[in-house]
Design a binder for this molecule. Structure first.
Ligand SMILES: Cc1cc2nc3c(=O)[nH]c(=O)nc-3n(C[C@H](O)[C@H](O)[C@H](O)COP(=O)(O)OP(=O)(O)OC[C@H]3O[C@@H](n4cnc5c(N)ncnc54)[C@H](O)[C@@H]3O)c2cc1C
Length: 312
């Protein structure tokens, strides 16, 4: 199997294998992410209407007005009637750092074909947090933050000015280390070492590329997990780009329902439901006895902007 050729905007393969690719307005547009990355829609299948059409196979002809289509899509999303969303597909071309790709490929319900660094040489392109954007990035730049004390997997937001200064020096050192790794990579290649081995000296920040195809149901699942504040900032920027620049324009009603019933909704535990029921009936904000950890309690208070009743 031949890998697709790389990277660069102009030499990116033009996918003309599908007639939809030519018809969909966003096809081919590059949306910049991070300093060198991008997301590009290669092809798409379906629309809000296709979701409705599939659903009507199960529900009969029923309603037909746009307002009723919207209500049907919201009903499907709310009740997790997922299969109509699977009738739509998106094929994306994504350029991203290897460490982001590693998180991305955990989503098994998509098809993927990646640039082969065994077959072709890697370009000297790598990600450095805080490097100025290439000019076309859409969302706020990811930053080199301190280890968060609250979130063991994340970074903290609040840096003093002095720390920011230190941060940019660290960014410069990260950049320098990556350049050195690439210099050694080229040296290994010049000495005749195979590409598949020479690449092992390259940093996780090196950019790779893949084609990625998912149906809308699985794509929403990916977005739900990767738009969450617990996801790493870099992959979140990709998820934001995909959602806001590609999915929302192509599937406005499905995206609205996804936002309302997934992104901005909350899952509640049995304990939280019991607490809320008590509060609605005029109960006090007191941590219940039993199986409700301090962390869970704090999350509950934060989620509903509540203050615990003073013990005294
Ligand atoms: C904030 C965050 C932190 C994470 N931290 C870590 C970490 O520290 N270490 C780590 O290893 N991973 C980590 N992950 C990855 C995570 O565990 C999942 O692998 C990843 O999010 C993909 O989710 P998924 O399996 O639901 O998606 P997909 O692979 O797309 O699957 C979609 C759904 O299909 C079903 N499915 C797919 N394959 C199977 C299967 N083999 N068996 C049963 N059901 C299946 C499941 O219902 C699944 O939810 C993290 C993810 C996030 C978002």
């Amino acid at each position: 199997m031949l890998p697709f050729c790389t990277a660069d905007t102009d030499s990116s393969p033009k996918d003309s294998s599908s007639s939809n690719a030519l018809e969909t307005p966003l096809v081919g547009e590059h949306f910049g992410v991070l300093n060198r990355g991008f997301v590009r829609l290669v092809d798409s299948m379906g629309s809000d209407a296709a979701i409705v059409q599939a659903a009507r196979v199960s529900y009969g002809k029923g309603t037909k007005k746009t307002r009723e289509d919207r209500a049907l899509i919201r009903y499907l999303m709310r009740h997790r009637h997922n299969s109509p969303f699977e009738m739509c597909e998106l094929k994306l071309h994504v350029k991203l750092p290897v460490f982001v790709a590693r998180q991305w490929v955990r989503h098994r319900t998509a098809s993927l074909n990646e640039y082969s660094a065994r077959y072709s040489e890697m370009r000297e392109e790598f990600y450095v947090p805080n490097e100025p954007n290439g000019g076309d990035a859409l969302f706020s730049e990811a930053h080199l933050g301190k280890q968060s004390q609250e979130n063991r997997q994340g970074r903290s937001e609040d840096l003093t000015l002095a720390q920011k200064d230190k941060r940019s020096r660290l960014s410069a050192r990260l950049e320098d280390r990556a350049h050195k790794a690439f210099a050694f990579y080229r040296e290994l290649l010049e000495k005749g070492v195979s590409r598949e081995l020479a690449r092992i000296t390259l940093p996780l920040s090196t950019y790779t590329e893949f084609y990625w195809k998912a149906n809308l149901h699985n794509l929403f699942h990916f977005l739900e997990l990767r738009l969450d504040t617990h996801a790493q900032e870099e992959i979140r920027l990709y998820a934001e780009t995909i959602f806001e620049k590609i999915v929302r324009p192509l599937f406005p009603q499905a995206s609205e329902a996804f936002q309302d019933y997934r992104l901005d909704s909350l899952d509640l535990s049995r304990g939280e439901v019991a607490l809320l029921r008590g509060l609605v009936k005029g109960g006090e904000v007191v941590r219940p006895q039993g199986d409700f950890s301090q962390r869970e309690w704090q999350t509950f208070l934060t989620r509903f902007s509540l203050r615990e009743k003073d013990e005294g």
